[in-house]
Design a protein around this ligand. Structure first.
Ligand code: DLZ
Ligand code: SF4
Length: 507
């Protein structure tokens, strides 16, 4: 049987189910750069360059293994514009008996694909994506009957199941979670190792030109593009992280320093989510660093939790709850995204730093995303739909399966607490503790009211007051509401005046 095997841009794995049982003589692998995927949201230019260059390198690696690969470039005059139309065109050329593809990571495309068999009048076999450590069925069984889903319990089961950082039945060190040791503010004189850097080769250079021309109106900068674009390079990023940064990763994972975008973070999410690295090999590398005495437990456990726990958890939750999860708006937040999310032009230095770095690198670390950008979006009542779209566009590691639970569930409390036990709202004091941003800001983080006060301060209280009906009964917010209630009526009124003034001026 002659099979046409479609590989998507975030499926760049040699052990992809699509490639299993391939007949190197008869079968054809199809990969296609298409405008429909480039523009369903207008992805950051750097993200597109990364994916296209990685796709082209992967196609070459498959050819080197002796497979027949049909690769469609974006600038090919015959380009059909969408994945399904590219498959149709390949059917005309190669005359396969069937199509095989691994299930896509996004609901949008899965829905579309479900209609392909009828549309193309040919069998379309959609294989489950086995590149995750918890299958969707297993996750559904775990979630069954639970009113709320909490990552911590899921993570413990995954630790047991894969025997990661375990001593028999108990977690190494006696605790499952060492985050209490992982919240150190930045300190002066940290010697942060530089990130891995890969100069563009001929393929990447060609893609850079292509994206500059075809996606000129997309957000983001291309200067200094240096991401890994092959599996070997991605492995080098991983290995350098393990030896140079992992030992300090835990302690400073929440810290933010002006003009230090990478800190001690691994920067491997983009490679994991595109299929170039596998979760278990990443986890094994971190665990052996602990067992060899090269990295402390708080760092290794915290890092492994992100991959074995959080990443698997959000993916499972996404598929469990789609399509309704995309509509969730528990707090009825409707404010449009302010323009400065695109320009970076705001006097709030924490936001400006996070957005400008996102523009330059298509990257920001989890606290910049959650506690600066996400926190602002929560407090200002920005529309979950618009905030989700922004995150999906701007980050090179972003696909809807990872963005939606993180943004709607974690940052915006838009699912009403299905994922998070309370809204992650914070005032300026948190950002001041975890960064050096406030020193260079035109606002004063110590001031609570008035034109010069840090907007996070009055927006925080205004958020709690505004949403009291919906979240006032949350036991984890009880103490905070009691503090609010002890404020004088004038103080409460002045918080509302400041917040209204600020929010009305947002454009
Ligand atoms: C993100 C992306 C982009 C920008 N371009 C392509 C493309 O041209 N061809 C392709 O096969 N995949 C692309 N992707 C990744 C897909 O959008 C991704 O596979 C789906 O969103 C499912 O996760
Ligand atoms: Fe951000 Fe407020 Fe600090 Fe300025 S003072 S950097 S707005 S937290």
């Amino acid at each position: 049987m002659k099979t046409l095997r479609l590989i998507l841009g975030d499926q760049l794995s040699f052990n992809l189910p699509t490639l299993r049982d391939i007949d190197p003589v008869k079968d054809i692998v199809l990969m296609a750069e298409v405008m429909a995927e480039v523009t369903y949201v207008k992805h950051h230019k750097r993200k597109i360059v990364f994916l296209f260059s990685a796709m082209r390198h992967f196609a070459q690696a498959l050819k080197d293994k002796g497979l027949n690969v049909s690769y469609r470039q974006l600038d090919d005059p015959e380009n059909a514009g969408s994945l399904v139309d590219e498959v149709a065109a390949a059917i005309d050329v190669f005359g396969p008996d069937r199509i095989v593809v691994t299930a896509p990571g996004e609901y949008r495309l899965a829905e579309d694909m479900a209609g392909w068999q009828k549309q193309l009048n040919l069998p379309v076999v959609i294989l489950p994506d086995t590149r995750f450590l918890c299958s969707l069925d297993e996750f559904a069984i775990w979630a069954d009957g639970r009113k709320y889903l909490r990552m911590e319990f899921f993570y413990r089961e995954m630790r047991r199941r894969y025997n990661i950082l375990m001593e028999g039945d108990v977690p190494i060190g006696g605790k499952w979670n060492y985050d209490a040791d992982n919240r150190q503010p930045p300190k002066a004189g940290l010697n942060i190792p530089p990130p891995s850097h890969f100069s563009p080769d001929a393929i990447t250079t060609e893609v850079l030109d292509l994206v500059q021309t075809k996606c000129a109106d997309h957000f983001g900068k291309l200067e200094g593009f240096d991401f890994a674009v092959t599996r070997d390079q991605a492995l080098r990023v991983l290995n350098r992280f393990i030896t140079e940064k992992l030992p300090q990763f835990g302690t400073y994972q929440d810290a933010m320093i002006t003009d230090e975008p990478w800190m001690y973070h691994s920067h491997i999410g983009i490679y994991l989510n595109a299929g170039m690295l596998e979760p278990l090999e990443v986890i094994a590398a971190a665990e052996s660093a602990y067992r060899n005495g090269a990295a402390p437990l708080n760092a290794v456990e915290g890092f492994i939790r992100q991959i074995l726990g959080w990443r698997e958890f959000v993916r499972g939750l996404y598929w469990l709850k789609m399509p309704s999860y995309a509509m969730a708006n528990f707090l009825d937040a409707t404010r449009p995204l302010p323009d400065f999310f695109w320009s970076g032009k705001t006097d709030m230095k924490c936001l400006a730093q996070s957005i400008q770095q996102t523009d330059a690198l298509s990257y920001a670390h989890h606290i910049q995303r959650l506690m600066v950008l996400g926190n602002f979006a929560l407090l200002a009542g920005l529309s979950p739909k618009e905030v989700n779209e922004w995150f999906l566009i701007v980050y090179a590691d972003a696909y809807e399966w990872v963005v939606l639970p993180n943004v709607s569930g974690m940052a915006l409390f838009a699912d009403g607490g299905f994922l998070a036990s309370k809204p992650y709202a914070a005032g300026g004091a948190y950002i001041n503790r975890m960064s050096d941003y406030c020193k260079g800001c035109r606002y004063k983080v110590g001031e609570k009211a008035g034109q010069d006060a840090c907007p996070f301060n009055y927006l925080y209280w205004n958020f709690l007051a505004r949403n009291r009906q919906k979240i006032g009964g949350n036991p984890r917010l009880g103490m905070i509401y009691r503090t609010y209630d002890r404020m004088s009526a004038e103080k409460q009124a002045s918080l509302t005046i400041d917040a209204d003034r600020f929010l009305n001026e947002l454009v």
